[in-house]
Design a protein around this ligand. Structure first.
Ligand code: URA
Length: 243
């Protein structure tokens, strides 16, 4: 189930905000009945109408993008900066599955399947995300062990993580780090907490998906098999949350 105003926006009716207004104004019908409640949820099988005209919903699309640095992971940016959605076809409209910081590179999924997005972002889905982290200074084994156990951040302790030292050269350390959470600037804040500044961050894996030979700025569509596997992943999360 997905929120009605998002489904309407994804179908190209208007912006999400405008669609909320259309709903409140009584101009939207679901299965023949006017719906005005904000937050109404609909399934892919519901018949939607705006001003008595049937809304045609676009097919679901799923992109795997190698995000370059300097792109924001939002569908709209008030500062006019380049957006990750500029790198994929403009129609149907897609939204990123979670966010990577402006300066973070690497694997980002984009889709118009809001249900799958919500399921994958829900903590219960336990999607593993793997990053290659470049850090200023020499990170000690004790620091790595602390980060792996979990450390206290201002929004609470972090869950256990997996870390592997990739290289320690001069005044720079490169580490591979796998986490299941997705808090704001999590990896940067974790390294900051042990006294190291992250100077480069690239996501190299999301669940079982990797970048393959996609260059920065390039994307590909997921195969039907990959989409099925991702949905299975998300359903596993539902079961763990007792839904
Ligand atoms: N952790 C961060 O600090 N930034 C990201 O973009 C992703 C994970």
């Amino acid at each position: 189930m997905e929120r009605l105003h998002k489904v309407l926006a994804a179908a190209g009716v208007a912006s999400r905000r405008k669609c909320e207004e259309l709903i409140a104004a009584g101009r939207v019908k679901v299965n023949g009945r006017v719906v005005t409640a904000a937050g109404t949820k609909v399934s892919p099988h519901d018949l939607l109408e705006v001003d008595n005209r049937v809304v045609r919903r676009p097919a679901r699309v799923y992109y795997l993008l190698n995000k370059p640095a300097g792109y924001v992971s939002t569908a709209a940016d008030t500062h006019g900066r380049p957006k990750v959605t500029d790198l994929v076809p403009p129609w149907p409209r897609v939204y990123p599955v979670g966010r990577l910081d402006l300066d973070t590179r690497g694997l980002l999924l984009l889709t118009n399947d809001g249900e799958l997005t919500n399921a994958l972002l829900h903590p219960s889905s336990q999607v593993e995300k793997v990053y290659r982290v470049t850090v200023a200074g020499r990170v000690s084994q004790q620091d790595l062990a602390r980060l792996a156990r979990g450390i206290e951040l201002d929004d609470g302790p972090t869950a256990p993580a997996r870390l592997r030292l990739l290289s320690l050269r001069g005044a720079e350390t490169v580490v591979e780090m796998a986490i299941h959470e997705g808090r704001k600037r999590q990896i940067k804040r974790m390294f900051q907490a042990v006294g190291h500044k992250v100077t480069g961050l690239e996501r190299v894996r999301f669940a079982f998906l990797t970048l393959g030979n996609l260059k920065p700025g390039q994307y590909r569509e997921l195969t039907p098999r990959e989409v099925r596997a991702l949905k299975k992943f998300a359903r596993r999360g539902d079961r763990m949350a007792g839904k």
